[in-house]
Design a protein around this ligand. Structure first.
Ligand code: ADP
Length: 441
């Protein structure tokens, strides 16, 4: 069963990972789709901006300037080395003009892009002789401070001849745009889808979690019930078998029985009967919720001392120390319930190996506090939260170690709860346990 649950958990984890991967893939595809859509809108926006006379003027300014420079160069008036300085000198005024133009032409639905033109090369064909005036990448104009994620929107190639067809000028350029808000815009467009996906995944994980939790709880309950059936069978077996033998002995009329033997046999039947009754009482008590009787009673420390003395009679080799803050406690509780709690705790302490027990009564901050400390075998930390559960036993399956049905502490907790009190345990393995009952007075 444990293997099955582990397999199921593995299958659930695998399914969640597979679902998340598929979802991630779809989200990625949707992102790319939006990205393409935005880029094509931006390209349309750029085409619109580039398709005006005003833009032609700006655009012509730099190409005319370059042509002028090329002519000067052909005449030997300027050198190649001056070219970069020349372009840079014009760059700012062209950029300002572009900026003003872009702002003026902008429409409400436009994306807030930046735009730039780079020159890649200028080649002169002078009487069939090729002369490269410039080759590289130099900025001609930019509408905004340059962003890193530039996207190439178009390449330009213009060829012009001078009036007497001697000089041919070849200009190659590239136009770029950049949109810094691209990622944020796509994410905000996809926000509904993203939120829905995350919620869906969370819901699937939650459903798996709940189902597995339920399965584990069911399995735990089934195990506990099996243990209970085993325990109760074992608990009833011994007294029933003993009584069977005792009754058969009494029935054997042919055999002379000494009065002593007769008395012992009857006492044995009585003891086993008492044990069966006790077991039966435990099961019955645990199946009904106890009813609180909140009439004020006076509990004297002598009364508790007597109770402990009575208990000690059947456990002569256990030392019980009793301390009490007061001589008389006035508490709103059924006397019988208080006795049951104390005796059950003492019973458990002895059953689980205590040789020394300390019982203490006190009143602190309006609470009546009963504590029972023992030096028994203690309870492992991981088990401490469960020992108050119905049918829960630490020695699961191993019914021969200590007898019990796992109902004692459950019943004590039920009782304490009806009086709005609490029961806590502090315990260390091989050192002992301390049970503390707190009941508001
Ligand atoms: P039972 O004693 O019939 O098993 P209880 O409900 O009284 O059932 O106790 C539940 C479990 O708590 C026990 O199986 C035992 O392992 C552990 N336990 C209870 N009291 C003590 C104690 N004083 N010392 C060590 N273990 C204890």
């Amino acid at each position: 069963m444990k293997r099955k649950i582990m397999l199921l958990i593995g299958a659930c984890i695998f399914t969640v990972i597979a679902l998340a991967t598929i979802q991630g893939y779809f989200i990625y595809n949707t992102y790319k789709l939006y990205e393409r859509e935005i880029n094509s809108s931006i390209k349309k926006q750029i085409s619109r901006l580039e398709d005006t006379d005003e833009w032609e003027d700006i655009s012509d300014t730099w190409s005319l300037n370059l042509k002028k420079y090329a002519k000067e160069y052909a005449k030997g008036k300027v050198t190649k080395q001056n070219f970069t300085t020349y372009v840079n000198a014009k760059k700012d005024s062209l950029s300002t003009a572009t900026k003003v133009y872009m702002k003026k032409m902008g429409q409400p639905d436009d994306y807030d892009i930046d735009y730039s033109i780079y020159l890649n090369s200028i080649t002169l064909l002078n009487n069939g002789k090729i002369d490269t005036l410039f080759k590289g990448k130099i900025l001609i104009l930019a509408s905004d401070t340059l962003k890193k994620n530039k996207i190439l929107s178009a390449t330009g190639r213009s060829e012009s001849k001078d009036s007497n067809n001697q000089l041919t000028l070849l200009i190659k350029s590239e136009r770029y745009y950049g949109f810094d808000e691209l990622q944020r815009t796509i994410i905000s467009k996809m926000s509904g889808l993203l939120i829905f996906s995350v919620l869906l995944m969370a819901f699937v994980v939650f459903l798996y979690y709940m189902s597995l939790k339920n399965l584990i709880t069911q399995k735990r309950i089934a195990d506990i019930k099996t243990d209970f059936v085993n325990n109760i069978t074992h608990e009833f077996q011994t007294p029933l078998a003993t009584m069977d033998i005792a009754i058969k002995t009494l029935q054997r009329k042919d055999q002379q029985m000494s009065p002593e033997h007769y008395k012992n046999t009857l006492a044995m039947i009585d003891r086993q009967n008492e044990r069966l009754q006790k077991l039966f009482r435990q099961v019955r008590e645990a199946s009904v919720t106890p009813i609180a009787n909140k009439e004020n009673i006076e509990v004297t420390s002598d009364e508790i001392k007597d109770m402990i003395e009575d208990f000690k009679l059947s456990k002569p080799d256990v030392a019980i120390k009793f301390t009490s803050q007061e001589e008389v406690f006035t508490i709103a509780m059924d006397r019988f319930h208080l006795n049951t709690i104390l005796i059950n705790l003492l019973d458990n302490a002895v059953k689980y190996g205590a040789r020394k027990i300390e019982v203490d009564l006190k009143i602190t901050a309006g609470n009546f506090i009963l504590s029972v400390k023992d030096n028994g075998k203690g309870i492992p930390l991981r088990e401490q939260a469960s020992i108050f559960d119905k049918f829960y036993r630490v020695d699961k399956g191993n019914i021969h170690n200590n007898k019990g049905l796992g109902l004692g502490l459950f019943y004590i907790k039920q009782l304490v709860k009806t009086y709005k009190g609490t029961i806590t345990v502090k315990s260390e393995e091989q050192k002992g346990s301390l049970f503390t009952i707190t009941i508001p007075v």
